[in-house]
Design a protein around this ligand. Sequence first.
Ligand code: PEP
Ligand code: MG
Length: 625
Amino acid sequence: MPSPPWWKPASMSKTEPNRTEPNKTESNKTGTKRGAAKQRARAERRFSGIAVGQGVAIGQICTAHEAQFEISTRLIPVGGVNAELARLDRAVEQAKAQLFKLRQRIGLLPEDSQQEISPLIDTYQHMLGNSRLLRQVRERIEKSLECAESAMTAEAEAIAAGFHASLPNPEATSRAADEVREIARRVIRNLTGTPFRSFSNLPKGAILIIEELRPAEAALLNPGQIAGIITAEGGADGHTAVMLRALGIPSVLGAAGITSAAHKGDTVIVDGTAGKLILRPSSASLAGAKRAVAAYARERGRLAKLRGLKAETLDGEAVELQGNLELPLELPLLAQAGAAGIGLLRSEFIYMNRMHAPDEDEQAEVYRNVVEAMAGDPVTIRVLDWGGEKDISSLMPDAIQSGQIEQNPALGLRGIRMLLQHPEVLETQLAAILRAGAFGPVRILLPMITNAGEVREVREIYQRVVRRLRRRADPLPDRVPPLGVMIETPGAALAADALALEADFFSIGTNDLTMYTLAVDRAHTALAPLYDPLHPAVLRLVQFATEAALRMHMPVSVCGEMAANPRYTRLLLGLGLRSFSMNASALPRVKQVVRHSNINDCIRLARRVMEQPDIGRIRELIAGE
Ligand code: PEP
Ligand code: MG
């Protein structure tokens, strides 16, 4: 059983990329066999997966390259040894945490793949313990004053050379040498803050095919460059899917089998709307896909005309349609879509793909730019939702040092829980948001709230930060920005009336609400059919929280992916919701539905849906709309 392509240890060369090349094994026994195999290899093949990004893309397959890093050969000053050793320790701890997660992830692979990969991870973990490699790297730092990355490179090469001299079997030699180089590369990437893969050099218009794309990696993608994304792993509302939707890249996640069937340079059609893939399409399939691309462009043109029109129902009910922002590059897209402000700024991007957390000035600058770009429309900034899938390396070392490697990240130190344990991170962010609030209306949103005590605790910190900024005579908004909570856990939804006494507004996060209510990982490929916000349990929680807010005359909106799905708009309107926040590309379609809806019809639909205990029947009711 060959290793999955993404696992192939790469050489340590600074220039040679780690290509996730597909398996190219073909019969070569006889000419006929070779011909038949070749033909089979060229034939059209169809795959399906989870539909994530809107639209159809046609392009050539490319694979991801590892980001390159420079290995410094600098010497450290004599007094700098302890600091350098500490730097090395942090990078090693980070690598351990990465491997820990990798081990968790391989638990999803077939048994025989696990059996093959597990010993390799054991080897890596051993090398990150009290190994010869690390002992000698430390010695080089202490005695020869080499910097950590240069000591690591030299030592890995010395050990690899030793294998060549001592191991009789060339295959075993090169495997052992690869292993030591691979672990050295991982530590050096952490030392240098080099991301694990680079997407910047992919050919324009290519379709990226990759085993798994992490949210932080998705944040590195340029939608102007990549025409489509295909992954073998991933679920409908995982953060990677959220990012890809935001970027408007046609994507199909969790497409089993395609990574091994595809060859670099093959043409592929990605239907991000239907979740279908056609590899090496026939000319008929290609012609059909070209028609779909053209139809999609025409539809976008039609939807663009809605930009200047009001989001108002046929019976004159105004609906607020705002944008979700994962990355600053979406700002122009939100403007094009006619978003009435930002209902959810996921601030994680500011912390991603870097070694150190951003300070107050840097954050204030980022928020100010967004606030100014929205020119008077409100911007709701959610404080850092660290944890779960969103492991942010700039904050990793701290968390690890305090022994907080998560066994069960989704139920662990995520969102507000992490911030309340690290109030300095929260204070910095609150101060930066307050400063940006001097340039336009802002609101502050708290993630992963489960009880009213957390809101009270944050409010105390918030008031302290306000007082500090006033003492510093920083320009602040005239009125202290409202503090809202995400309703994204069953606990928060069921305690909505208690939370409504503490919070200034609610934002319903249906992604996590669905995940935690149904106990289904939102990014889990195999469980994707079970992850459905139309489940009556989820809908009842949405209804309960909405009604709690409406009774208190408190603003309430939906910012999870449910708000972005035009098929759910009427149901949500019927439940009493009038404010939705979504990715820019979804907004025109939702507006179109709003403009063709009548509130009384929506209320009737919601009643029928809420009477139904059966999810299948609910799906039919929604599909029949
Ligand atoms: C949600 O959970 O619905 C939400 C909007 O937050 P995120 O997707 O960032 O977890
Ligand atoms: Mg959430």
